[in-house]
Design a binder for this molecule. Structure first.
Ligand code: TPP
Ligand code: SF4
Ligand code: MG
Length: 351
C-alpha cells in the first residue's frame, strides 16, 4: 500500500556513505507493483547509485508521467522533490523546473507509452535542447498500467499475451535520442544491476541530456514466448558493447586496467568514466558508429546494451541560453526590480 510508510527502525551497523546516510535514507514507500516487475529492480539500482554517490536526497528532483513506471519515484528517494505530471508531459515540466533552478539534480522517469507514444514529441525536444538531466525510460513494450496493449516500442512480429501479432514498426528510443542530439545514450536491462548502476552514476555526472533506455519486463502482460521484452528473450539476446566503471573525481583508482581495451572519458566535474570494451569495433565517441551498430544488431534481433554514445564536452541548455546562474527562488528584490534606468536601456536596445 503506497500510504504505508516503511518502519523506520533499522540495524545500527548498516553501512553508511560519506554523508553518514544508510541505504534506508534513500528508500521511498512500499512498492505496489507486481512481484517480479522489472521497474522495481530499476528503483533498486537508482537507490544504489544515489547512495554510492552520497548525494543529499533534498538536492534531487524526480519527475515522471503516468504509468506503472511513472509511479516508481514514490518507491525511492522519499526525501527528494517529486512531481507526477500528466501522461507524456514530464519532459516539459522538467525543462521548466530545470530553468528555474539549475542547482537540483533532475531525474526523469518514464515508460515506453509515456515517452514513445503520447509523449514522443516532448521526448524529442528535451533531447535536442540538451536539458541537464538523467532520463530513464523503463521499457517493457506495453502499456502495463492499462492492462498490456502494445506500445510503440513493441517490435514488429512480437506477440501479445493473447497471441495477437504486432505489425507496426517499433520506435527505437536510443536511435531517436541519438538523432535528436542527446549527448549520453545508453541501454541496459533491469535484470543487470551491475551494468545499470554505474550507467546511472555516469548519467548523473554528465552535463547535458543523458538518456538510459532500460528494458524492464512486465511480468503481468509481456513476459511470454513471442515477446521480445521478456526476461528470457533479453537474457538470450543481450549484447553488451562495453562495461562501465564510474570514478568520482576525488577517489583513487584502484582497479588494474593494464590489459588494454579501456577508454577513459573525463567528465566536466572531474569524474572519470572508464569503459572496458567488449566489442573491439565499438566506438562510443561516434554517433554514426553507434547508430550503425544499433541498426545491425536490430536486424539480427540482438539488443545492444552498455554506454552507446557519450559526447565528452557536452553543453547543457543553460549554456546554450546563457542564463543567469542563480536559481529564481534565490533572487532578491534588487535583481528582480533593477530600476527604471535598466528597463529604459533594455527598451532602447529593442527599438
Ligand atoms: C492523456 C492520457 N491518455 C491516456 C491515459 C491512460 N494511460 C495511463 S498509463 C498509460 C500507458 C502507460 O504505459 P507506459 O508508459 O509504457 O508505462 P508502464 O505502465 O508500461 O510502465 C495510458 C495509455 C492517461 N492516463 N492519460
Ligand atoms: S502491470 Fe506490468 S509494468 Fe505494471 S506493475 Fe505489473 S508487471 Fe510491472
Ligand atoms: Mg510500458
Amino acid at each position: 500500500m503506497t500510504y504505508l510508510a516503511k518502519p523506520k527502525l533499522h540495524h545500527p551497523s548498516l553501512p553508511k556513505n560519506k554523508l553518514g546516510f544508510t541505504r534506508r535514507d534513500y528508500e521511498g514507500k512500499v512498492s505496489t507493483l507486481c512481484a517480479g516487475c522489472g521497474h522495481d529492480s530499476i528503483s533498486a539500482a537508482l537507490l544504489e547509485a544515489f547512495f554510492e554517490l552520497a548525494i543529499e536526497p533534498h538536492k534531487v528532483a524526480k519527475l515522471s508521467g503516468i504509468g506503472c513506471s511513472s509511479k516508481t519515484p514514490d518507491y525511492f528517494l522519499g526525501q527528494s522533490h517529486g512531481f507526477n505530471t500528466v501522461h507524456g508531459r514530464m519532459p516539459s515540466v522538467l525543462t521548466g523546473a530545470n530553468l528555474a533552478n539549475r542547482d537540483l539534480i533532475y531525474l526523469g522517469i518514464s515508460g515506453d507509452g509515456d515517452s514513445a507514444s503520447i509523449g514522443i514529441g516532448q521526448f524529442a525536444h528535451v533531447m535536442r535542447r540538451g536539458v541537464n538531466m538523467t532520463y530513464i525510460l523503463e521499457n517493457n513494450g506495453v502499456y502495463g498500467l492499462t492492462k498490456g496493449q502494445f506500445s510503440a516500442t513493441a517490435d514488429a512480429g512480437s506477440k501479445s499475451k493473447r497471441g495477437a501479432v504486432n505489425r507496426d514498426a517499433a520506435v527505437d528510443t536510443v536511435s531517436l535520442a541519438l538523432i535528436m542530439g542527446a549527448t549520453f545514450v545508453a541501454r541496459s536491462f533491469s535484470g543487470d544491476k551491475k551494468q545499470l548502476t554505474p550507467l546511472i552514476k555516469a548519467a548523473i555526472a554528465h552535463e547535458g541530456a543523458a538518456f538510459i533506455d532500460v528494458i524492464s519486463p512486465c511480468v503481468a502482460f509481456n513476459n511470454h514466448a513471442g515477446s521480445t521484452k521478456s526476461y528470457e528473450y533479453i537474457r538470450e539476446h543481450n549484447e553488451a558493447v562495453n562495461r562501465l566503471d564510474f570514478w568520482p573525481s576525488r577517489e583513487a583508482i584502484t582497479v588494474d586496467y593494464s590489459e588494454g581495451g579501456v577508454i577513459e572519458v573525463p567528465q566536466h566535474d572531474g569524474s572519470i568514466l572508464k569503459l572496458r570494451k567488449l566489442d573491439a569495433t565499438y566506438d562510443p565517441g561516434s554517433r554514426v558508429n553507434a547508430m550503425t551498430h544499433i541498426a545491425h544488431a536490430a536486424e539480427k534481433g540482438e539488443v545492444l546494451t552498455g554506454l552507446l554514445y557519450v559526447h565528452p564536452s557536452a553543453e547543457d541548455l543553460h549554456r546554450h541560453l546563457n542564463t543567469y546562474e542563480v536559481p529564481f527562488n534565490r533572487l532578491g528584490e534588487k535583481e528582480l526590480c533593477p530600476g527604471t534606468g535598466v528597463l529604459e536601456k533594455i527598451n532602447a536596445a529593442l527599438r
